[in-house]
Ligand binder design. Structure first.
Ligand SMILES: [Zn+2]
Length: 571
């Protein structure tokens, strides 16, 4: 008996559908229906659909065009014709340094090609002039650039103050080094910061001098740079919001609607919270306070405030850093580098800046607070240290679902990946190293180890859910290059760095969508196109699953939407 009214309704409903006169109930009427192009859902249960319905910033339904229009097209529904472009879930950034985007939006990109236009000294100067003209920068105001790499300058002809002085006699100019540890200054900048031939080089610092003279040549690094860096102007309250929005636009332009601030100091947490309250809310930002600042941060942000968004900003957990970088020969290995250390050390394996006991204590503290932990580790010896720290701090619940994420995991060994599986760790790889530093790693670590760097194929085959990142601003925000390197692993010189570790385009996409959402405990709301999830969307000019894999890096972001609202459109 109870079945009958339902049956009748169902029959009436299907008759109405056949007659083509159905009107969806208001709660089922979409604001927007996307169709007319490929739709990649990143949902294994329904990998490709013809149409996607969005309502109130959320995904209402995905399916065939006929199905979706029949059930969700009402009077107010906008039909968006993708016109052959490809719709995907917006990208999540599994690891970068968002805070740097605030100032970079006001600086000049002089990365070497393909990441930027800085192929030689003349092109760097040309970019600076373009920037000055576009922003109408008055005389006397500081101009800053980022991404300078002297090792990529042709014929060893590096950038000097003389290159900058001719066109910038009255603006202090500082061209930031790609390591973030220094800059090339012009004469106006040297005057402003009181560095001259008389200035002694501080211990641990570098002031490059002109040949046969004591005159500074331009490049200032490490402890000689730190006082300048420390005295750079801080944003005013209005600038905090304005710069934050500009920084978020850099992410939006890359199709990213969830960004990470990967090692955050207390003062920067406060800036991000003020900016978010002031309206810098284009995208979601997740910050991981740096362990050494944790006490200061917990005073204003108790543990129970972690993990939930306020004004599109959330504290995601805590960041611990164990070693340096493999290209800089500061990553910590169980076996020596094939070359000397950064200061000429023989038989060099890198070092751990902190003793094992200290690391154990950090893990225990973070786990006891119930907070997620992100750990920076590159070399296999650093990874041994973190595995031991986990075994000590998590004894009794080694496999609890903590989403402990090992940032970079670049030189993880296969036996260590087995422990990642046992401990439910997430490796967040950095496959862009195969392109940017492939040859360097072969030279410094040997071919066998270099070929296993960021081993995404093995990790997936073992059942892990790896993510993949830019470490911005170590490398530029470009998710298509991230995917391209995971799929191809081709170095600058054209060598395939580990053919066995290449993954498929959909696996590479998962590493910046659904797997990244899982890393942040957000897999129920983000990372795939499924009903009920946020309508965080990206439209690409081509389908990364269909193009020649070597051209994935050339795919462009056409539009980015956050919760159904367009936040970026390519010009
Ligand atoms: Zn980083």
């Amino acid at each position: 008996m109870t079945m009958r009214p339902i049956l009748i309704l169902a029959i009436l409903g299907s008759m109405a559908l056949v007659a083509g006169c159905s009107k969806p109930a208001p709660n089922l009427t979409a604001d927007t229906i996307y169709t007319g192009g490929d739709i990649v859902t990143v949902n294994d249960a329904q990998p490709a659909v013809e149409a996607l319905a969005v309502k109130d910033g959320k995904i209402l339904a995905a399916g065939t065009r006929a199905e979706i229009e029949r059930a969700h097209k009402g009077q107010g529904t906008t039909i968006v014709d993708l016109a052959g472009k490809t719709l995907l879930p917006a990208f999540l950034d599994p690891h970068s340094h968002y805070i740097n985007s605030l100032t970079m939006a006001n600086q000049v990109n002089v990365f070497a090609p393909p990441a930027g236009p800085g192929k030689d000294a003349a092109s760097i100067v040309a970019e600076l002039k373009k920037f000055r003209a576009a922003r109408k920068i008055p005389e006397g105001e500081v101009i800053m650039a980022y991404g300078y790499d002297e090792t990529s300058m042709p014929d060893g002809r590096t950038l000097s103050r003389d290159d900058l002085d001719k066109d910038f006699p009255n603006n202090p100019v500082m061209v930031g080094h790609t390591s973030l540890h220094g800059a090339v200054l012009n004469s106006a900048a040297f005057r402003k910061y009181g560095i001259s031939a008389e200035t002694k080089t501080p211990p641990g610092g570098i002031i490059v001098r002109k040949p046969g003279s004591n005159e500074p040549d331009g490049l200032v690094m490490e402890t000689a740079w730190l006082p300048i860096f420390g005295s750079l102007p801080k944003p005013t309250p209005e600038q905090e919001v304005e710069w934050s929005r500009a920084g978020q636009m850099l992410y939006a332009a890359a199709g990213i609607t969830t960004a990470q601030e990967g090692a955050t100091h207390a003062a920067d947490i406060a800036i991000m919270q003020r900016a978010a309250a002031g309206g810098a809310t284009l995208i979601d930002v997740i910050a991981f306070p740096f362990i050494l600042d944790l006490d200061a941060i917990l005073k204003d942000n108790p543990p129970d405030t972690f993990g939930s968004y306020k004004n599109h900003f959330k504290l995601g957990g805590v960041k611990v850093t164990l070693d340096g970088s493999p290209q800089g020969r500061t990553a910590f290995f169980t076996t020596p580098y094939l070359v000397d250390g950064p200061n000429g050390e023989k038989n060099w394996s890198g070092e751990l800046p902190f003793p094992q006991d200290t690391v154990n204590g950090w893990f225990k503290r973070v786990y006891d607070l119930g907070l997620p932990l992100n750990v920076h580790a590159n070399g296999d010896a650093a990874i041994d240290v973190l595995l031991r720290a986990h075994e000590s701090a998590a004894a009794g619940s080694l496999d609890k679902d903590r989403r402990t994420t090992i940032i970079h995991s670049q030189f993880v060994r296969p036996d260590q990946l087995d422990k990642y599986v046992a401990f439910k760790f997430i490796p967040s790889f950095f496959t862009e190293h195969t392109f940017y530093f492939g040859e360097t790693h072969v030279k410094q670590r040997g071919r066998e180890q270099a070929y296993f760097l960021s081993p995404m194929r093995t990790a997936i085959d073992k059942g892990l859910r790896p993510t993949n990142h830019t470490d911005f601003n170590v490398s530029p925000l470009d998710q298509m290059v991230v995917v391209w390197t995971a799929v191809n692993r081709v170095s600058r010189g054209g060598e395939v760095i580990g053919p066995d570790q290449r993954v498929t385009p959909i696996e590479a996409l998962k590493a910046i969508t659904i797997n990244a959402a899982h890393q942040y405990f957000e897999e129920k709301s983000k990372g795939s196109l499924e009903p009920g999830k946020l309508a965080d969307l990206v439209i690409l000019d081509k389908n990364p699953l269909k193009v020649d894999p070597m051209t994935i890096k050339d795919i462009k972001v056409v539009e980015t939407l956050k919760e159904g609202k367009s936040i970026y459109k390519a010009k």
